[in-house]
Design a protein around this ligand. Sequence first.
Ligand SMILES: N[C@@H](CCC(=O)N[C@@H](CS)C(=O)NCC(=O)O)C(=O)O
Length: 214
Amino acid sequence: MILYALPVSTYSAKVRMQLDLKGIKYEMLPPPGGYSSAEYMSIIELGTIPGIKDGDFCISESDVIASYIEEKYPDPTLMPGDAEARAKQRYMARYHDLWLEPHLRKTFAQVDPATRDEEVTNNLLDKFQQRIDLMEQLIEPKPFMCGDQISIADLAFPATFTLAELMLPVFDRHVRFGPRVQAWREAVYDNPVVKAVTDESRQATLDWMSSGGG
Ligand SMILES: N[C@@H](CCC(=O)N[C@@H](CS)C(=O)NCC(=O)O)C(=O)O
């Protein structure tokens, strides 16, 4: 399998964790020609990362990749339990992708103080923090987000929270984690795969920021 990804990409980190936890062999390549290049879009139509090529089959969108991998390579499962448990895992994965992370991503356009809109920036960062605060009601770590086994619910947040810790000081803000989210963070970071991918993502983000974030 080929995984088109970059260490700095938070959505790629989530797929890498899934592949590594399952012991699936893959080659990680940067998108040929870069994001949204004609060359890459001849493989992955949307031009985004992550994308995978499994034999002749190519697909993007991390959530879709996650379902595909679970169906094609079910062991060991990252969707343990009954239908309700799996629905909760999908819910938390979507919560990250649709309701939490986009607020942080939109602040990328506000990094330059010369062009920053303070009101837009503050609204985005307030919303991002509110979504983290809401997680105190949504999760009951045992110690993983949806029970005693790691699942797809656990994989997207580590790199995003790491990115937030590094980025928010740019706006003179700091991300705050409540006791449940903090307990979950510590538990999931004990997993060697989560730790390795998160640490690589942190370093790649630091390198990206020190190069000017372009
Ligand atoms: N909804 C997509 C989001 C992926 C995404 O935003 N990827 C970023 C890198 S982390 C990207 O490819 N950006 C380049 C672009 O949007 O053209 C997913 O879940 O895969």
